[in-house]
Design a protein around this ligand. Structure first.
Ligand SMILES: C[S@@+](CC[C@H](N)C(=O)[O-])C[C@H]1O[C@@H](n2cnc3c(N)ncnc32)[C@H](O)[C@@H]1O
Length: 205
């Protein structure tokens, strides 16, 4: 971890992930979250204003100290208790079957071993618990995929290991989740290689 990834990148993410286009997506993905929630890749807490009142507690998992610091103003503005409870989605420090629901927004692209992270989410979610997600990933169109593969090495270098070609729904089903609902769309205002989005709810068995 150098100065760029520790100090600069979390600030870039705080701005880049806070564009107005993301607001309706954050609102939608947070709908239905309830009870004890684990959020992986919490970043600077941009989802906090969208947690529904049915959420009783959030365990935030985030490696970047600066991200957590930037979340301060959002944490002070909510009555929902949010605790930074872990540093790495690949290895969650929680008991099995602990959480009612889970949240991941634009994080599955970045966690190095996403298969391990999804296995962990399944482990800590109660049976039937749901993972709410909005993620960019592999596009359905071959022409866009071609550019995603070409640009991915640069994207990874600039944005802390962010992949462009992860097949989000396939990863979730391979991890044993059942997709309850999913919408695929290209995000308005983003280039297609970056804007191929899946937003939905996956259920743990
Ligand atoms: C593109 S940002 C998204 C942040 C936030 N979810 C949002 O919607 O604004 C990806 C986040 O994943 C975090 N991250 C990277 N590796 C991680 C890991 N192994 N476990 C959990 N989070 C990780 C990064 O620090 C960063 O905050």
């Amino acid at each position: 971890m150098g100065v760029y990834s520790e100090q600069v990148l979390p600030r870039i993410i705080d701005v880049a992930c806070n564009l107005k286009e993301s607001v309706p997506q954050r609102r939608r993905v947070c709908e239905g979250l309830a009870g004890d929630v684990v959020e992986i890749g919490f970043g600077s807490g941009l989802n906090v204003p969208f947690y529904p009142p049915a959420v009783t507690h959030v365990a935030a998992v985030e490696p970047a100290d600066v991200g957590w610091k930037l979340a301060g103003k959002r944490l002070r503005a909510t009555t929902i208790p949010v605790r930074r409870s872990g540093l790495d989605g690949e290895s969650l420090p929680f008991a099995d079957d602990r959480f009612d629901t889970a949240l991941s927004t634009w994080t599955m692209c970045t966690i190095p071993d996403i298969t391990a992270a999804l296995r962990e989410l399944r482990r800590v979610l109660k049976p039937g618990g749901t993972l709410h997600f909005v993620e960019h990933g592999l596009a359905p169109d071959e022409r866009v995929r071609h550019w995603q593969h070409r640009l991915e090495p640069l994207q990874k270098r600039l944005f802390g290991g962010c992949h462009l070609t992860r097949p989000v729904v396939e990863l979730l089903t391979d991890a044993g989740f059942t997709i309850r609902e999913v919408d695929f769309f290209y995000e308005k205002g983003s280039p297609k290689f970056l804007g191929a989005h899946s937003l939905g709810v996956a259920q743990s068995p």
